[in-house]
Ligand binder design. Structure first.
Ligand code: OOG
Ligand code: NI
Length: 474
């Protein structure tokens, strides 16, 4: 792409995509706190838990302060939305691109009885993740999984009619694409306009009968189809102690989901652990509310909740295969999934088979690390003298390996979060089939392979360190 003279003369005035993402996530957080007051309570709880964790572990505080993480500890890590059509998904891709967020990963949730497939829009570069890691887990409804043909056609028709983006948001997306960015004023307008897409509307776009029929097909279908847009359904701050936060939720009046999703508590956290308070029942008004005052036209809908997460080291393909295998073993006991009464205990037991020191995780090629020169090496850089053997350099204390944080999601966990928040007990069964190409066709782009991103990060840091030590790089 060659920049037009116009674009290059205005480029200096553009704010960075990191800045737009930061403004957007802040605005989203404020909106959601107003919409769902219990989410504000969750934020307070997390702040208290994090303060306790930092106080108990001065080393952790120091490490986080040094890396710049402490400052951003209280910015939300992710949110989630669900859309209904290819066109909506493709436009979201363009909207998120303005904020430096690209589709990463493909998640097939039909395997877990949820008729969607998903990706996460997120920053992909290390500096951008550090600047603001905000990402949005985005699901596309799979209408083809609705068995009733007439209902499926009706849902498609309702979705075709709605417009989830404001005209001004669309203009600003096109402008950013054309010029290569937005200036500060336009960025503010963009954030404000983009926010409209994710706002809650208690007025449904359908009558009570239609809502009920779609709800019967799957509660998620009703959630996606019956409203003006893809309301943000949760936001997720980061906690430093998810078990403590989970235990505290009921004491603050929150109905916590039964189990923490993901791996068990460990000395070296891996991947992602998550839990949530269950979605609240909210009043909604159907289009026939007046005409039909005493029917169930003044209804209730369950969709919006609050979640917390704790992230650990990213796993290699080998590590991930071991994780999936062990998780499958625990969930397979009595085919109970996470519903078995002693689930947490069993999880802990089975995961004793997953090495739990960074040394082992790294040497066995189970997890990803970022290599850097140690302070000792920086002080007396032994250039030219180094061997290319990274392990020897680590043993000598010249190179340090830091865990690379997992920035993505887990399909089984995501399904657990969905299920506990749909407000129903019924389990649907779908013929599981991943359809990444279909999803990418709808998206209008391919998704990044998340593991390849971590591989590249690790590889780059390794090459950099070796180059520095052998005097190749300045
Ligand atoms: C998304 C649920 C998945 C996560 O953190 O795994 C998710 C949804 O409920 O729309 O956000
Ligand atoms: Ni989530």
């Amino acid at each position: 792409m060659s920049a037009t003279p116009h674009a290059s003369s205005t480029a200096a005035r553009f704010v960075s995509s990191n800045e737009i993402r930061t403004r957007f996530s802040r605005a989203m957080s404020e909106m959601y706190r107003k919409e769902v007051p219990q989410y504000g309570t969750l934020i307070d709880l997390v702040a208290d838990v994090n303060a306790v964790a930092l106080q108990a572990d001065p080393e952790l505080r120091q490490r986080m302060s040094k890396s710049g993480e402490l400052e951003r500890l209280d910015v939300e890590r992710h949110g989630a939305i669900r859309v209904g059509s290819a066109e909506e998904l493709a436009t979201l891709r363009r909207l998120f691109a303005v904020m430096g967020m690209e589709p990463v990963g493909y998640y097939d949730l039909s395997v877990a009885g949820v008729p969607v497939h998903s990706t996460a829009f997120r920053p992909v570069h290390d500096e951008a993740l550090l600047a603001n890691p905000f990402r949005v887990f985005t699901s596309l409804l799979r209408l083809e999984l609705i068995a009733d043909e007439a209902l499926r056609a009706q849902a498609a028709e309702i979705l075709q009619r709605r417009r989830i983006f404001t005209p001004r948001a669309l203009e600003l997306i096109a402008q950013a694409e054309r010029d290569g960015g937005l200036d500060s004023g336009d960025a503010d307008t963009f954030v404000q306009q983009a926010l409209e897409t994710f706002r809650w509307h208690s007025d449904a776009t359908v009558d009570a009968a239609t809502y009920n029929a779609l709800q019967k097909a799957h509660r998620l279908v009703a959630d996606v189809v019956c409203f003006k847009g893809p309301h943000i359904n949760h936001l997720t701050p980061r906690t430093l102690d998810i078990d403590l936060a989970q235990a505290d939720m009921p004491t603050r009046g929150m109905d916590a989901k039964d189990v923490v999703e993901g791996p068990p508590q460990r000395a070296c956290p891996i991947l992602l652990r998550q839990t949530s308070f269950k979605a609240l029942k909210e009043a909604v008004r159907f289009t026939d509310a007046d005409a039909n005052a005493n029917a169930d036209s003044a209804g209730a809908h369950t969709a919006r909740f609050g979640e917390i997460e704790q992230r650990g080291v990213a796993l290699t393909r080998k590590g991930r295969a071991l994780y999936d295998e062990l998780l499958g073993l625990v969930r397979g006991i009595d085919s109970a999934g996470s519903a078995a009464p002693d689930y947490a205990h069993r999880l802990q037991q089975v995961f004793t088979q997953f090495p739990d020191t960074h040394e082992q995780l790294r040497r066995q090629g189970l997890a990803f690390y970022r290599y850097r020169l140690s302070e000792q090496a920086q002080a007396q850089l032994p250039r030219g003298a180094a061997e290319a053997d990274l392990e020897a350099l680590i043993d000598k204390g010249l190179v340090q390996a830091e865990p690379i944080t997992y920035e993505d999601f887990l399909p089984v966990s995501a399904a657990g979060i969905f299920q506990s928040n749909l407000g129903g007990e019924e389990q649907k069964q779908y013929q599981a089939h991943a359809a990444q190409q279909v999803f990418e066709g709808a998206l209008g782009a391919s998704v990044h392979d998340e593991i390849a991103l971590y591989e590249a990060s690790e590889q780059q840091s390794r090459a950099q360190v070796l180059a520095l030590l052998s005097g190749v790089a300045a």
